[in-house]
Ligand binder design. Structure first.
Ligand SMILES: [Zn+2]
Length: 197
């Protein structure tokens, strides 16, 4: 019986992130970091082709990065978005990133969320989500299934009283995000939909 559950990001993350105090003034600059993380995760062979980060919306500073570490962590929930959200909550010492004590936060992700990460975003407390590759890019290029994500998932987040709205911006650097998925596929990266072996 496990009494403690541990998830770790690859050691190279600190090197790729560099100066932790650096500000990323635009959503494109934040997405560029998420894409660099996704690309390096592919190049290093440390997980799937997905990168993410939770940022402070006011200062533009990175609170926590994330990459997909499902295979090395032997953990099906260890998607990039989950790692970034969990890391940000640990860094801030809150389970709700929208709690009044903190400044507003946003999740930047190299791809649209799967059904699991949609749920995780719902409960996270972030007030904005920015995505790169579309679900169609993920499914046609990489072969990953996003599960039965509702077609209108951005609307569901944008209007959900009594909970605070979560703004959704899609297609940020979409073609470059899709390129990362292609590199993973072309490099023979492992596809691990459940039950598919
Ligand atoms: Zn996911």
């Amino acid at each position: 019986m496990e009494l403690e559950i541990r998830l770790s990001l690859p050691a190279w993350i600190a090197d790729e992130v560099g100066d932790p105090g650096r500000a990323y003034p635009t959503i494109e600059s934040r997405m560029e970091l998420a894409l660099r993380l996704a690309g390096r995760n592919v190049a290093e062979g440390t997980g799937g082709p997905f990168g993410a980060g939770v940022f402070d919306r006011e200062t533009g500073r990175l609170i926590a990065p994330g990459v997909n570490v499902v295979v090395p962590s032997t953990c099906s929930v260890a998607h990039a978005e989950i790692m970034a959200i969990a890391g940000a909550q640990q860094a801030r010492g809150v389970f709700d990133l929208g709690s009044p004590a903190g400044t507003a936060t946003e999740l930047i992700s190299s791809a649209e969320p799967c059904i699991q990460c949609f749920g995780a975003i719902w409960w996270s407390g972030v007030t904005r989500v920015v995505t790169g590759a579309r679900r169609q890019d993920v499914e046609t290029i990489s072969g990953f299934s996003e599960g039965p994500l509702p077609e209108d998932w951005p609307k569901l987040l944008a209007r959900r009283p009594p909970l605070p709205a979560v703004e959704v911006l899609r297609d940020c650097l979409r073609s470059r995000a899709a390129d990362v998925l292609r590199r993973y596929r072309d490099g023979g990266g492992r596809i691990y939909n459940p039950g598919a072996g």
